[in-house]
Design a protein around this ligand. Structure first.
Ligand SMILES: NC(=O)c1ccc[n+]([C@@H]2O[C@H](COP(=O)([O-])OP(=O)(O)OC[C@H]3O[C@@H](n4cnc5c(N)ncnc54)[C@H](O)[C@@H]3O)[C@@H](O)[C@H]2O)c1
Length: 265
């Protein structure tokens, strides 16, 4: 395949078993990357073949490492497994996340505290830990010809820009803000860090949030989308390819809205 933009780059993708994460693995494979698929379980909701097996069946290189992104020991093992298998780590995609409030949103004075904490633990602490342990590894590595030794792509959300349920919104706003901190902390070391802020995208998370694939809430959301369709996992996976490539060598600390124009309104 000509012009593979991630040829032989070593990439960890969290939340790899379904939805956006699975398609990131697929697009990264198409671009020549070698993959470490990290998730709570290898087979995602609605999938028959685990992502790493799918990539290997297509002729790529991929392994699965069982990982809870909120657990520091899991991150240490994930980075160690990656270096043992491939020798280095070029790209970290912090895609894993949860959104359990959207199908029953509560006003701030009624928000469930355990649900709030769970969003911070997985969506924010998970990204923090991933960046912390990936940067420790990336700093030890020789840079590529483009001058970079590492790329970080975090998944925030449109809710970093607009108010939605409290726990999810706080957790994703924190990712967008922290991405700028990370970008500045590692800029001199040849590492770039950016985030993608997805809008409403057709995955299991959206189906759960809107109360099923055929709900009236779904029609109302669709009517509000300037581009006239829901996002697809591929929309975000292609954005991630760009942010993980040499083409983004001078792009860092950016929160990229991939939302069909939703937050331009
Ligand atoms: N789908 C949307 O409309 C939308 C909108 C904005 C942002 N996002 C963000 O995009 C990312 C991907 O979303 P998606 O729609 O593909 O979601 P999804 O629910 O389909 O997939 C999420 C994946 O993350 C994994 N995961 C959850 N908790 C984990 C943990 N503790 N450790 C490891 N893995 C864990 C799940 O097992 C699953 O495979 C998420 O960060 C999400 O918040 C999605």
């Amino acid at each position: 395949m000509p012009n593979q933009r991630l040829l032989n780059r070593i990439a960890i993708v969290t939340g790899s078993s379904q939805g956006i994460g699975r398609e990131i693995c697929n697009q990264f494979f198409e671009e020549g990357a070698q993959l470490v698929c990290a998730d709570l379980r290898p087979t995602g909701q609605g999938e028959e073949v685990p992502t790493h097996d799918w990539i290997v069946q297509k002729g790529g290189k991929a392994i699965f490492v069982k990982t809870d992104v909120s657990n520091a020991d899991d991150w240490k093992a994930l980075i160690a497994n990656t270096v043992e298998e491939y020798g280095r780590l070029d790209i970290l995609v912090n895609n894993a996340g949860i959104c359990t409030e959207a199908n029953n949103p509560q006003p701030i004075d009624e928000v469930d505290e355990a649900a709030f904490d769970a969003h911070l633990k997985i969506n924010t602490r998970g990204v923090f830990l991933g960046c912390k342990y990936a940067v420790q590894q990336m700093k030890k590595q020789e840079p590529h010809a483009c001058g970079l030794r590492g790329w970080i792509v975090n998944f925030a959300s449109m809710v970093a820009n607009i108010g939605m349920p409290a726990g999810y919104t706080a957790s994703k706003g924190a990712v967008a803000a922290m991405t700028k901190t990370i970008a500045l902390d590692v800029a001199k070391q040849g590492i770039v860090a950016n985030s993608i802020c997805p809008g409403f995208t057709q995955t299991a998370m959206l189906d759960n949030a809107l109360g099923g694939a055929l709900s009236s809430a779904r029609d109302a959301v669709l009517a509000a989308l300037p581009r006239g369709r829901f996002g697809e996992a591929r929309d975000h996976a292609r954005a991630a390819v760009y942010l993980a490539s040499d083409d983004a060598a001078w792009v860092t600390g950016v929160n990229l809205n991939v939302d069909g124009g939703l937050t331009a309104q």
